[in-house]
Design a protein around this ligand. Structure first.
Ligand code: ATR
Length: 275
């Protein structure tokens, strides 16, 4: 067997993932002695067997994407504090015969934000999180770290309540039908739902009610300008999509595996935009 280590991303399906472009860019940039970062389709039904097989083959690390993050949580033998809070693993590391689970989405989201946005729109401000899935949990964790006052609104109210239970007294939860009465108080609004992928509508927020100083974030990065962000843009609000978070969560996984924190760059962003 080759002594070169290997990393990759597993998902089902995984074909859409741009993580190989990001990781292989940094593998080349830092001349890491490793095999190429690969996409590997793993059927959730075969998760354990497939990941054990990869472990036996000497893999160093795996990123985990939809819908395998909770399975990866159960599979990990050692879990970081962030993983315990979010209940999801997006990075597995195979080291010294053990399986370590981490969630780099939290730090990825934090690093994707401009300092000005954190100071003006998040710290001590009301922050609205749309959605209550795995991505929402990472964002809630990050916004709590940044001293935001977090509000969660989700189509399925019980899932928002579950986040509240798991995180303690915060965040507040809002029923979707009541959103219009409080949305004007929000300094920061972030969409973590899948609404907007493939250019679908996301009408959860009535932007005519949003404060002109609010900042709007969509975790979706394809399309670059979702209808949600487009509505924010029309109102001249500050906004950003999920591309920087995608790059920063990848950077943190890269650091865990190769002990180097790679940097985002205009060149890398351009490569990703052209995909
Ligand atoms: P992820 O890990 O990306 O967060 P997830 O755990 O499947 O993925 O969560 C998807 C989120 O998008 C959930 O908040 C889901 O709402 P429900 O909990 O009500 O299912 C939200 N979502 C998906 N499709 C939606 C739709 N058509 N309308 C509103 N919310 C939707």
């Amino acid at each position: 067997m080759s002594k070169l280590t290997k990393t990759g991303v597993i998902g089902f399906p995984v074909d859409h993932s741009v993580s190989p472009t990001i990781h292989n860019y940094w593998i080349d940039e830092h001349k890491i002695k490793t095999k190429r970062y690969e996409k590997i389709n793993v059927d959730p039904k075969l998760f354990k067997d497939e990941v054990l097989r990869l472990k036996e083959s000497g893999i160093l690390g795996l990123n985990i994407t939809v819908p395998l993050k909770e399975l990866a949580f159960s599979f990990a033998e050692e879990r970081t504090e962030v993983v315990k809070r979010t209940g999801a693993v997006n990075t597995l590391t195979f080291k010294n015969g053990k399986v370590y689970g981490d969630n780099t989405d939290v730090v990825g989201f934090q690093r994707s934000l401009e300092q000005e946005t954190v100071e003006k729109n998040i710290a001590n401000q009301k922050c609205l999180v749309l959605g209550a899935g795995g991505a929402a949990r990472a964002v809630v964790c990050a916004l709590n770290n940044l001293k935001g006052e977090v509000y969660v609104c989700n189509r399925t109210f019980e899932k928002a309540l579950k986040i509240q239970q798991d995180f303690g007294i915060k965040p507040e939860v809002i029923e979707q039908k009541n959103l219009v009465t409080v949305v004007g108080e929000m300094g920061f609004i972030v969409n973590t739902t899948s609404l907007g992928l493939a250019n679908t509508e996301n009408t959860m927020v009535d932007f005519s009610q949003v404060d002109p100083q609010a900042f709007v974030y969509d975790l979706i990065y394809s399309p670059k300008l979702t209808k949600f962000l487009s509505a924010a843009k029309e109102r001249n609000l500050g906004y950003q999509n999920g591309i920087k978070m995608l790059i920063e969560q990848a950077a943190e996984s890269f650091k865990i595996w190769h002990d180097i924190l790679p940097k985002n760059s205009a060149e890398l962003m351009n490569i990703l935009e052209d995909l």
